[in-house]
Write a protein that binds this ligand. Structure first.
Ligand SMILES: C[S@@+](CC[C@H](N)C(=O)[O-])C[C@H]1O[C@@H](n2cnc3c(N)ncnc32)[C@H](O)[C@@H]1O
Length: 239
């Protein structure tokens, strides 16, 4: 993403849905005398991003909370980047238009979304939704795989007014050291599942573990590692 956004020393960059700080923190290293602002709607995530920037002694990264419109005028940033965030926006096109608005003419917008979901990962989430009585995500509603059709984000970027739009595929290899470590990851990163798990009876939790561990067992390597291979789609365009 940082290469496709052609970041260089001195650039002023916006990282939308910065979460716990990436890719904004890595961008801050690249732009040297420039600056990165990370925006997110979650006060908790922004707090973590600020902590990370402090720990990394990065003085040119700043995280801010916002609610709807970005708190910036038009033509402000040399580049706008966003990783695994736009699929959660209430209206993806409106979000991309807002990103284009704050980009300087000639600046680059670079957005990463998840490609088609790994089938095993999908089965795990389906089993957990059913066991805990959670609704399945609406296909076009906010959710991690809403933009997973190849070309969807790129086409929305064109509609948002960007030109020279392209898309790169990046392989993502997620290896968990054990089934137990996968559970830790799942309950740390999927807040809906974590909440349902914590509220469930001991019996329902046990049922969930048995069913999920059966799926994980089918991809568990001899070393005990549990590996998921996925694709990230990185769309980029020029204002
Ligand atoms: C999967 S995390 C990605 C975080 C980070 N960019 C990364 O790649 O690790 C999604 C983030 O999107 C944020 N988010 C959800 N809806 C948003 C919105 N409408 N505007 C900005 N951020 C949003 C969430 O608070 C969360 O931090």
């Amino acid at each position: 993403m940082l290469d496709l956004a052609r970041l260089k020393d001195g650039d002023i960059v916006l990282d939308v849905a910065t979460g716990s700080g990436e890719p904004g923190l890595s961008a801050a290293r690249r732009v040297g005398k420039g600056k990165v602002i990370g925006l997110d709607i979650s006060q908790g995530m922004v707090g973590i991003a600020r902590e990370k920037a402090r720990a990394m002694r990065l003085k040119n990264y700043e995280a801010q909370v916002y609610s709807s419109e970005f708190p910036f005028g038009p033509d402000t940033f040399d580049a706008v980047i966003s990783r695994f965030g736009v699929m959660f926006f209430p209206d993806v096109l409106a979000g991309l238009r807002e990103m284009a608005r704050v980009l300087k003419p000639g600046g680059i917008l670079c957005v990463a979304v998840w490609g088609p979901q790994n089938e095993k990962a999908k089965s795990v989430i389906q089993v957990l939704n059913r066991t805990f009585g959670l609704p399945e995500a609406a296909p076009n509603g906010p959710g991690p795989f809403r933009c997973s059709d190849a070309g969807k984000t790129a086409s929305l970027m064109r509609r948002a007014g960007l030109h020279d739009v392209g898309q790169a595929e990046v392989a993502v290899h997620r290896a968990h050291s054990s089934v137990g470590q996968y559970w830790e990851y799942l309950l740390d990163t999927n807040l809906v599942i974590a909440e349902a798990f914590n509220k469930a009876s001991a019996e329902t939790r046990k049922e969930a573990k048995v069913k999920v561990n059966k799926i994980l067992g089918s991809i568990e390597e001899e070393s005990g590692k549990v590996v998921f291979d996925s694709i990230a789609l990185v769309s980029h365009g020029v204002k």
